[in-house]
Design a protein around this ligand. Structure first.
Ligand code: ADP
Length: 495
């Protein structure tokens, strides 16, 4: 293969110039010759050769001075550069390398060695160009992304950002290596969480965060954090990719507001239908035949189911739209659970299910929203009864755990498969177990339970074995050892 790479040889000795010329041309290289440092620099700027070989001792500008200039100019700094030496002394070689020179060629080396060094330097230059090319392609690609990209080092200092991130977070090149991620993003709970991941070298995917720029610009992002090696010397840092989902969020909000308005509008006609049905059933409009009563009971049943669906739906969308306020008070949660279980006893008796209750200690004071917590217990105990066959057992236990209160509801009912367990807290999710047994429901109860527990900064866990039963345990923080204090004014906490 014919090699057309261009080599600039700078030497004041015409013998050396001619020797190099004949070796290089014979081996397929193009050659430019110059006889002093200054002319060498000018030729390098004019022709951008693939390799420069420079003598050291020349009249006028010497080789080291010329090399230093070439390594300073951006147009020539990346061209591989070798210097000619007369000897093999270490101290001389150290000085070359310090000037940024890539290699040296001892003048009286034989032809084979000269050619081997030339080929090595050219290969090195090609590899370097390839890396630079790839890097610039990658840089362009990252720049045209619509996702925001920030890269920080292990200390959290910003080392890279793309065009859209620069616009959104007002970044300028001077901030590179100077500013921490904490100063790039406005402080918030979400941002602190993100920084915590980076500081601890943790990866994350699908983190949903809100960035509020002084109330003027509120944006929602899905954030992924991956660990990256920044360069050979540096330790790993984090690459943070922000996908802007503000528009989707807006659309989702509008849709959910529309649905909740619809549900709201449906409540009045449903109440009217139920009200008239009850009046007729009570005989206020005259005697009913057995068939009329049977049909009307059917209307009443379906009407009540519709009312529950609409109410559940409204409850979920209130949480979604953050319209919910917790009215927290201090109360004895053991008593609340015990009263709730007593209230549901009849339901269990009708199905011949044993409903057990145990609490320890008897007084467990907690600061929480009593009505909402009652709703949680009712939902979970009613589900346990609903999804347990006749003759089964449901047990409810209430106790203190760490700084909170734990309530566990266990049944030996139909249970759930591991796949079903994954999705039970999603809205409108009714599982095969319920469908198969033709047990009616809306699939909203557990979604509401989860929202209420989350609003209390608590947690809920489920264990279940298909055909054997399920166990739901919830934990709410804020237990107190003190006596019950009934707050006169409920403490309102934004959900
Ligand atoms: P539903 O109105 O359908 O009961 P939920 O949100 O309360 O809605 O429950 C969602 C689904 O989770 C139910 O349809 C049922 O399949 C499953 N599930 C809930 N509780 C239990 C339980 N204790 N045992 C078995 N499956 C349950």
């Amino acid at each position: 293969m014919k090699n057309r790479e261009l080599i600039l040889v700078v030497d004041d000795s015409s013998t050396i110039r001619e020797r190099m010329k004949s070796i290089l041309i014979e081996n397929g290289y193009d050659v430019i010759l110059r006889n002093d440092g200054q002319a060498g620099v000018m030729a390098a700027l004019e022709y951008s050769p693939d390799l420069i070989i420079m003598d050291l001792n020349m009249p006028g500008m010497n080789g080291l001075e010329a090399s230093a200039i070439l390594k300073r100019y951006p147009q020539t700094s990346l061209i591989p550069l070798a210097v000619f030496t007369d000897d093999n002394k270490t101290e001389n070689k150290v000085a070359f390398f310090e000037a940024g020179v890539e290699d040296f060629i001892v003048k009286d080396s034989d032809e084979a060695e000269v050619l081997a060094r030339v080929a090595g330097l050219l290969r090195w230059g090609r590899n370097r160009n390839m890396i630079i090319d790839e890097k610039s392609k990658l840089g362009t690609l990252i720049d045209i992304l619509s996702d925001l990209v920030l890269i920080v080092n292990r200390e959290g200092l910003l080392v890279f950002y793309n065009r859209i991130a620069a616009l959104r977070f007002r970044l300028i090149p001077e901030l590179i290596n100077q500013i921490s991620i904490k100063d790039v993003l406005p402080d918030s709970k979400h941002v602190r969480e993100l920084c915590d991941h980076i500081e601890n070298g943790r990866e994350a995917t699908g983190m949903e965060i809100e960035i509020n720029n002084g109330g003027i610009d509120i944006r929602h992002y899905i954030v992924d954090i991956s660990r990256v090696r920044i360069d050979m010397e540096e330790d790993v840092g984090g690459a943070i990719v922000f996908r802007d989902i503000t528009a989707e969020k807006e659309a989702e909000k509008l849709k959910s507001e529309f649905y909740s308005m619809m549900a709201h509008e449906m409540r009045t006609p449903i109440s009217v239908v139920l009200g008239y049905t009850q009046l007729i059933l009570e005989g206020k409009t005259g005697e009913l035949t057995d068939l009329q009563e049977e049909f009307l009971r059917g209307v009443e049943d379906k009407g009540k189911a519709l009312k529950k669906l609409v109410n559940d739906f409204l409850e979920v969308s209130r949480f979604e739209n953050k319209f919910v306020r917790l009215h927290n008070v201090d109360f004895n949660v053991a008593e609340l659970v015990s009263n709730t279980v007593t209230g549901i006893k009849l339901l269990a008796q009708n199905k011949n299910i044993t409903l057990e209750y145990e609490n320890n200690p008897a007084r467990l004071v907690i600061n929480a929203d009593k009505d909402k917590l009652e709703q949680v217990i009712i939902n979970l105990v009613e589900n346990a009864i609903k999804y347990t066959d006749e003759g089964g057992t449901v047990s409810v236990r209430c106790g203190r755990l760490d700084e909170g209160v734990c309530v566990a509801i266990e049944d030996n009912g139909i249970g759930m498969s591991p796949e079903e367990l994954e999705i039970i807290f999603e809205r409108f999710k009714r599982l095969d177990n319920a469908e198969k047994k033709k047990i009616k429901g809306t699939g909203l109860g557990l979604a509401i339970v989860k929202e209420i527990i989350d609003a209390h900064n608590g947690r809920i866990e489920v264990e279940s074995i298909e055909g054997k039963g399920s166990s739901f345990s919830l934990w709410i923080p804020g237990a107190r050892d003190s006596e019950i204090v009934q707050s006169d004014v409920p403490v309102e906490i934004e959900a």
